[in-house]
Design a protein around this ligand. Structure first.
Ligand SMILES: NC(=O)c1ccc[n+]([C@@H]2O[C@H](COP(=O)([O-])OP(=O)(O)OC[C@H]3O[C@@H](n4cnc5c(N)ncnc54)[C@H](O)[C@@H]3O)[C@@H](O)[C@H]2O)c1
Length: 307
């Protein structure tokens, strides 16, 4: 195996530990920094759980080193991914520190879900080295990473990041403009806006929405994206449907009142036993387990197809 760049991961939480694992699995020596000693202390056990799930050699876990000092984590890194809390001021201060502590040619990537990358990079002098890397949870099982470009100057860093992630077995895509939600969350939340509006209007209940997606077009979505599907049926059909449909689709441009009312009533989702739907603890765990098993089976299948 050729010598791999040293990688730094900032934040050892839900996303950070998975990102650290997938980089270590690809052969990178990885150093992880977290401001919480508890998060660092539990890191080896959480990495070992992933290794056991994949049936991997435990040497991969040994490639990840926990650091209590940010400088130690990034001092010789060529690629750093920040996965700390979703807070703009915190990320801005972290990136200013990363610029000071990491080598000048080290790429500084943020896994922010929604903060514009230009905002994250506000206190960085050399913005050409900053990119967005939007991984999806769990990052070691979901292949997509949206790599976000801020401006012309950071195109080379975007291209290097794409190469690193591809080499690590991910499926990076290039987001050419730094827009809210990048690509995946815009698509996902356009669908959620309509789903919530349909339930709010009494057209169907929340269970039926999930049924329609899972038993209907969701069945195709893993093999056929929306653009491919339009090409398959012909663009005239898509245009004819849009003529009828577009005027009646929901266009609420803020969180829907129905969503806000559920939250106001304390219905926050599985953690409170009710969100859009009601959940016993066993039902919630069954959903989580089904998701884990399906993603793992898909990831294993993907690896078989690659070999
Ligand atoms: N959870 C998801 O589904 C998901 C998906 C995509 C992107 N993201 C983004 O990834 C980032 C991390 O999310 P998460 O779900 O892993 O959160 P998390 O709360 O599980 O982990 C965040 C970690 O950051 C640490 N931290 C806080 N301040 C820090 C600092 N100053 N320096 C270093 N570490 C610090 C915390 O101790 C914690 O361990 C966020 O920006 C989030 O929006 C999350």
């Amino acid at each position: 195996m050729s010598k791999k760049l040293a990688a730094g991961v900032i934040g050892a939480g839900l996303m950070g530990h998975g990102i650290a694992y997938l980089l270590a699995r690809a052969g990178h020596p990885v150093r992880v920094y977290d401001s919480s000693p508890e998060a660092l202390a539990s890191l080896p056990e959480r990495l070992s759980t992933i290794a056991a799930m994949f049936g991997d050699d435990t040497a991969i876990v040994g490639r990840v080193q926990a650091c209590t000092d940010l400088g130690d984590a990034v001092g010789d890194a060529g690629f750093v991914v920040e996965a700390a809390l979703e807070n703009a001021a915190l990320k801005q201060d972290l990136f200013a520190e990363l610029e000071r502590l990491a080598p000048p040619d080290c790429i500084l990537a943020s896994n922010t879900s929604a903060i514009p990358i230009a905002t994250v990079a506000e206190k960085v002098r050399d913005k050409a080295r900053v990119v967005g890397t939007h991984f999806w949870n769990p990052p070691h099982l979901v292949p997509l990473v949206e790599v976000v470009q801020i401006a012309d100057e950071n195109l080379p860093a975007v291209e290097r990041t794409i190469a690193i992630l591809r080499d690590a077995g991910r499926h990076p895509v290039h987001v050419r403009k730094d827009i809210p939600g990048f690509i995946g969350n815009r698509l996902q939340h356009a669908l959620k806006r309509e789903a919530i509006a349909l339930v709010a209007a009494g057209i169907c209940d929340a269970e039926t929405i999930d049924d329609v997606v899972k038993q209907g077009f969701g069945r195709r979505m893993g093999v056929l994206g929306p653009m491919e599907q339009s090409d398959l049926v012909g663009l005239e059909l898509t245009s004819n449907i849009h003529k009828t449909l577009m005027p009646s689709l929901d266009s609420t441009n803020e969180p829907h009142p129905y969503l806000l009312a559920r939250i106001e009533a304390g219905h926050l989702g599985m953690k409170t036993g009710e969100g859009f739907r009601t959940w016993t603890a066993d039902e919630a765990e069954a959903v989580r387990e089904r998701l884990r098993r399906t993603l793992l089976a898909d990831a294993s299948k993907g690896e078989d197809e690659d070999t």
